[in-house]
Design a protein around this ligand. Structure first.
Ligand code: FAD
Length: 394
């Protein structure tokens, strides 16, 4: 790490200490429920600092951050208690638009993504197309100056917050399935768009079904070439894997686990002094250490112009497994208090949940919600297949 990058790290830390709203940090630290206003309070302080899209090119309103700066930013902010930086606008559709979009699309959408005036959702998965995304069936047919879109998207995160959804749709049945896919921008207020909530097993509403019933989408909302959607989507997916490792978040959660272990008594002794638990904690710390080192290596490769290969999948795999194992250790640390869960307690700011320590509901929510970490962003089985192909040539 150069002095320059350490100075940048210090600047991010100071920013977090001084600018992150205290109430938000508290909610994030205890895994309480976050609403749109909570996320917005973070995005607004970032925007004021000029950091809402730090990794974008300066010409597009970003700061030209190197991959290492971007990694350090994510690590430090998440570790300090910033919420998940919802990626759909800033990390996903923004870079696609400035790389493949028309001049008019850039001018219309990019400033509003940076300022969080527009919120975006990602409409890729469908009931019959997740791992096998190329099998998607949502149709877009040309009719005069519009596409008419009909189909269903599934698991669409925060579609209920979104003003826009970037969507993969089928514009042709001919040729290879991948070649008939196009990338469309759909205004969520269009007639024919219906968002239906899905409550996940943590009893929270983050994901949705989105029904598209003869939705008219102007031709100007096609990004790039008709039939080019698969290529654009792949560029997007490959760029995100270092962040998916969620090193900063796991650092914060491990710190919390240590705190819990020191303050939970087992047989009159702190759990942290129990040999079996101490060993488990040490293993988790080592795994985080190795994951972080792997991220650094991948970032160094990226800065040398080497595209991530199997390492990208490795980081998704190890990062998500680590998250789940930390969450599981926290539930175990709760002991009996870990068997009662009431999602209503997640709105509270530390009031007594009636059973167990006040932080128990947040710990259980993290454990339940975290089961999805090995599914979204490409399931871990699929990551293993990719690694087998790229690294082992199978
Ligand atoms: C919380 C959450 C949020 C999400 N947010 C979004 C979002 O915002 N936008 C969006 O578009 N999508 C989103 N998704 C969808 C996500 O990308 C898919 O769930 C994921 O790609 C898996 O697809 P699937 O659910 O259709 O499962 P399937 O593809 O049907 O897979 C079912 C099981 O079979 C395994 N499997 C499938 N194929 C293979 C194979 N070839 N080899 C070995 N095993 C295989 C999978 O690993 C999995 O265990 C989200 C999902 C979740 C859970």
């Amino acid at each position: 790490m150069s002095q320059e990058i350490e100075a940048f790290r210090a600047e991010v830390r100071t920013f977090c200490e001084q600018e992150l709203p205290a109430e938000l940090r508290h909610k994030v630290f205890y895994n309480l429920k976050l609403g749109k206003a909570d996320y917005l309070s973070y995005l607004q302080v970032l925007h004021r600092k000029g950091w809402s899209a730090g990794h974008w090119p300066a010409a597009q309103g970003g700061c030209d951050w190197t991959p290492l700066q971007r990694f350090v930013f994510e690590e430090e902010t998440a570790s300090a208690g910033a919420p998940w930086l919802i990626p759909f606008g800033i990390n996903f559709v923004g870079p696609i638009l400035y790389t493949f979009g028309s001049a008019q699309q850039k001018e219309r959408f990019l400033p509003r993504i940076r300022s969080s005036e527009d919120w975006w959702a990602q409409g890729y998965s469908e009931p019959g197309a997740g791992s096998d995304l190329a099998g998607l069936a949502t149709r877009a047919e040309r009719d005069g100056d519009s596409y008419v879109v009909t189909g269903q998207k599934l698991w669409t995160t925060y579609a209920h917050f979104a003003d826009w959804m970037f969507c993969l749709v089928r514009t042709s049945q001919e040729d290879r399935p991948q070649k008939g896919i196009s990338f469309l921008l759909i205004d969520m207020k269009s007639p024919g768009v219906t968002v239906r909530p899905i409550l996940t097993m943590d009893h929270c509403h983050d994901v949705n079904e989105v029904f598209l019933d003869r939705v008219r989408v102007p031709l100007e909302n096609l990004v790039g070439e008709e039939g080019g959607g698969w290529t654009y989507a792949k560029v997007l997916l490959s760029g995100e894997r270092v962040l998916v490792s969620e090193v900063g978040r796991s650092t914060r959660q491990l710190r919390r686990l240590e705190h819990l272990a020191q303050n939970t008594l087992k047989g009159g002794q702190p759990l942290a002094d129990n040999a079996a638990f101490a060993r488990r904690l040490a293993e988790l710390k080592l795994r985080l250490f190795v994951l972080r080192a792997t991220c650094h290596q991948t970032v160094a490769d990226a800065m040398a112009g080497v595209e991530p290969g199997a390492e990208a999948s490795l980081m998704k795999l190890r990062g998500s497994e680590l998250q789940q194992d930390i969450a599981e250790a926290m539930v175990d640390a709760l002991g009996l208090a870990g068997i009662v869960y009431d999602a209503r307690d997640l709105a509270g700011m530390g009031q007594d949940p009636g059973f167990g320590p006040f932080e128990a509901p947040g710990i259980l929510k993290d454990h339940l919600h975290g089961r999805a970490a090995t599914i979204y962003g490409g399931s871990n089985e699929i990551q293993r297949n990719i690694m087998a192909k790229l690294a082992l040539g199978l």
